[in-house]
Design a protein around this ligand. Structure first.
Ligand SMILES: Nc1ncnc2c1ncn2[C@@H]1O[C@H](COP(=O)(O)OP(=O)(O)OP(=O)(O)O)[C@@H](O)[C@H]1O
Ligand SMILES: [Mg+2]
Length: 219
């Protein structure tokens, strides 16, 4: 796991990833509870968003508009929000020893804009290097499910946003993009079968967090 020795007192950066409706937001509080129970100071956040200005950029990105949004424009807005989030919240929290738990991060850019919108990994990687420098999540919990499962769950939740209006093939590519990321970085990723009932999903999450806390000397 990418963890510079000099950064020992720094908090850990954990991300929850996955396609629409797989249960990221539902499980954010659950994972936070596990970390808090281990005596850790936890900062919950989400992307795009996490600071007042970044949340405004989020609205620009997700709200349906009559205007065509070129994929590169979408990606640049997301990285603009990410830069605000990193400097305004994530880096200061980690430096203060807090553990940051984020609902989506740059793996989503690889899956959605890189893969599903077809911009390619290199474009995302270029922005990642410039916006984040060396910073990467220490642990990524990937909630994986057939897109039909997540879309049915998200659909029951209310009006569709700009992403939820995409077709099923789009979300199949998102899933493939995420699975490719996980295969390329097995040390950072933990896969969770998100098609299972919630208690089962949370048992999987508990096991992964327990292992991570052990490796990091927290239990
Ligand atoms: N394991 C599960 N089984 C059944 N329903 C679930 C499960 N996990 C979450 N849900 C329900 O599915 C819906 C979508 O969950 P949630 O909003 O957490 O997904 P999400 O991954 O955050 O979605 P989005 O990508 O749109 O933000 C919610 O109504 C939630 O209660
Ligand atoms: Mg959500």
């Amino acid at each position: 796991m990418k963890q510079p020795v000099a950064d020992h007192a720094r908090g850990r950066f954990i991300t929850l990833e996955g396609g629409e409706g797989v249960g990221k937001s539902t499980n954010l509080g659950f994972v936070a509870g596990l970390l808090t129970a281990a005596g850790l100071d936890v900062q919950l956040t989400r992307e795009p968003g996490g600071t007042p200005l970044a949340e405004r950029v989020r609205q620009l990105i997700v709200a349906p508009s009559g205007e065509q949004v070129p994929p590169i424009a979408e990606l640049l807005l997301i990285f603009a929000a990410r830069s605000l989030h990193l400097e305004g919240l994530i880096r200061p929290a980690l430096a203060a020893g807090r553990w940051v738990l984020c609902d989506r991060f740059t793996d989503a850019s690889y899956a959605y804009q890189g893969r599903a919108r077809g911009l390619g990994d290199e474009t995302v990687a270029w922005l990642e290097a410039r916006v984040q420098g060396e910073l990467r999540p220490d642990l990524t919990l990937l909630l994986d499910a057939d897109p039909a499962v997540g879309l049915a769950r998200a659909g029951a939740r209310g009006a569709a946003d700009r992403f939820e209006q995409e077709r099923l093939e789009f979300f199949t590519r998102v899933r493939e993009g995420y699975l490719a990321r996980a295969a390329a970085e097995p040390a950072r990723f933990r896969l969770v079968d998100a098609s299972r009932p919630l208690e089962d999903v949370q048992q999987q999450l508990r096991n992964h967090i327990q292992e991570f806390l052990q490796v990091n000397g927290k239990i």
